[in-house]
Design a protein around this ligand. Structure first.
Ligand code: AMP
Ligand code: ZN
Length: 123
């Protein structure tokens, strides 16, 4: 764990997050500043910098989880599409590898993060 890394702190439970998926190696949580309702970040629990640093097996595992989660998010939130995004270098604000799942809606959809969280987690 990198002490100053915000995503490591989330993984570690030092900073709260709205978790929507967790297993031994991967955590997914809602983006605090969503581009659209349901904007989700999928992260490896081990601190890895970026697309070049992540090993192929970890990347494949993350992509599989991302694929399943995207399907669920789109279905539950009734989205009309989605983008998968991954930033590096100056494009990357948080220096801990992550995939963005960004749902797309044909009509402007507003939903607050608590409502999104309830729908996805069925709470
Ligand atoms: P990137 O530019 O790909 O590094 O994007 C980083 C993302 O992390 C942005 O969309 C931020 O809104 C998001 N983010 C930053 N801090 C938090 C946090 N504490 N909880 C959830 N998402 C966060
Ligand atoms: Zn980290």
């Amino acid at each position: 764990m990198k002490v100053e890394c915000i995503f490591c702190k989330i993984i570690n439970g030092e900073i709260p997050s709205k978790k929507i998926y967790e297993d031994e190696n991967v955590l997914a949580f809602l983006d605090i500043n969503p581009s659209s309702p349901g904007h989700t970040l999928v992260v490896p629990k081990r601190h890895i910098l970026d697309f070049q640093e992540i090993d192929d097996d970890d990347l494949l595992n993350l992509m599989k989880i991302c694929k399943n989660l995207s399907k669920k998010i789109v279905s539950v939130l009734d989205a009309d599409g989605y983008s998968i995004l991954q930033n590096n270098g100056i494009a990357q604000d948080v220096k801990h590898f992550h995939l963005h799942i960004i749902p797309k809606y044909s009509n402007d959809k507003t939903m607050d993060i608590d409502e999104v969280y309830k729908k996805i987690t069925n709470e």
